[in-house]
Design a protein around this ligand. Structure first.
Ligand code: SF4
Ligand code: SF4
Length: 320
């Protein structure tokens, strides 16, 4: 069992039921051109786990028979999966909005020279992590040279029309706090990012998503080792806002791992807590084609307080 899962088992978090599923989030595997110290899935160039072609086909079959509006693709660096472009092209042909969680440096890899053009041609929305707008802080967290590579990649995306005035190609950035604190208000931090990146580098982007750190995986272990776990959980509980319960991700999203198994959200995926469906220990995406999940109970634990604290938090930033 994960070290933090034991601490999260007993919870008084309110029970949640699913509404319809609007977003399918899939993890294409753990290969990545980077190897960040803080990476939740320990991704890196030598990882072998990758969604197979059969599983990609099962995902497309599910999409065809569902009312999914958005496909949200993560990894590792999802673009390194050999089936990434086939998946994107097929989903776009179905009229589904596609989001790529892109680490930006992948756009500079020699064998991905045409990636930015491909994403633009397909109208893919890009979500890119940029934990700070200052070089020193980003390089400390993500590795030396990552900030300047990210700036070059953002300029390339802008040149292709990303974050342009016509609104056709969306480019969003992601921020999460460095320590055991809640993120600052999303709107004011977005303004600070826009000012600094615009004035210093001439870069434009659409939105900044601020995301609360979950007390799981590496961040959870760090809290435990520093004796701050209970204090951070106390902060999340104290900041609980019931109004956020209606819009937490698991109400309208399912998360699929690289093998095709289904979870209520990617945090539950990271914790190995499967979605509860027909009393099965695990449910594969191939079993869900054409099935409604509305009304299904969500698997909750104490980490769920991370989604409801303060302005709320999701893969799309603060909850509105
Ligand atoms: S870029 Fe993202 S997926 Fe890749 S190692 Fe860093 S945190 Fe992990
Ligand atoms: S952690 Fe997952 S299951 Fe819990 S509230 Fe957030 S989205 Fe829902």
């Amino acid at each position: 069992m994960h070290a933090t899962l034991e601490l999260l088992e007993k919870t008084d978090f309110p029970s949640l039921k699913r509404a319809g599923v609007e977003t399918l989030q899939i993890n294409l595997g753990y290969r990545c051109n980077q190897q960040c110290l803080h990476c939740h899935v320990n991704a890196g160039p030598r990882r072998k786990e990758a969604m197979s072609h059969d599983t990609v086909m099962a995902v497309l079959d599910y999409l065809r028979q569902s009312e999914i509006k958005t496909l949200d693709i993560t990894g590792g660096a999802p673009e390194m999966n050999p089936h990434f472009r086939e998946l994107v092209t097929a989903a776009r042909a179905m009229g589904i909005h596609v989001m790529d969680r892109c680490n930006l440096t992948i756009l500079e890899e020699p064998d991905q020279a045409d990636l930015a053009g491909f994403l633009a041609s397909q109208g893919v929305e890009i979500i890119a992590s940029l934990p700070c707008y200052l070089e020193e802080n980003v390089d400390r967290q993500r590795g030396k040279g990552v900030f300047s590579a990210s700036i070059r990649a953002l300029k390339k995306l802008n040149a292709l029309g990303y974050a342009g005035e016509d609104g056709a190609l969306r480019l969003n950035l992601v921020y999460n706090p460095q320590g055991p604190v809640l993120p600052p208000p999303q709107d004011s931090l977005e303004q600070a990012y826009k000012k600094h990146l615009g004035e210093t580098y001439g870069i434009v982007f659409n939105q900044l998503f601020t995301i609360t750190n979950m007390p799981i995986q590496r961040f959870g272990s760090m809290l435990i080792s520093k004796g701050q776990f209970e204090e951070y959980m106390g902060l999340l509980r104290t900041a609980f806002q019931p109004r956020n319960l209606d819009s937490v991700m698991c109400r309208h999203l399912i998360s699929v791992d690289w093998q095709g198994y289904v979870y209520d959200c990617d945090f539950n995926q990271l914790l190995g807590l499967p979605m509860r469906y027909n009393a099965q220990p695990h449910t594969h995406i191939s079993q869900l084609a054409g099935r409604s999940l509305a009304g299904l109970p969500v698997t909750i634990r104490d980490h769920c307080y991370g989604c409801t604290a303060g302005q709320g938090s999701s893969c799309g930033g603060a909850l509105k």
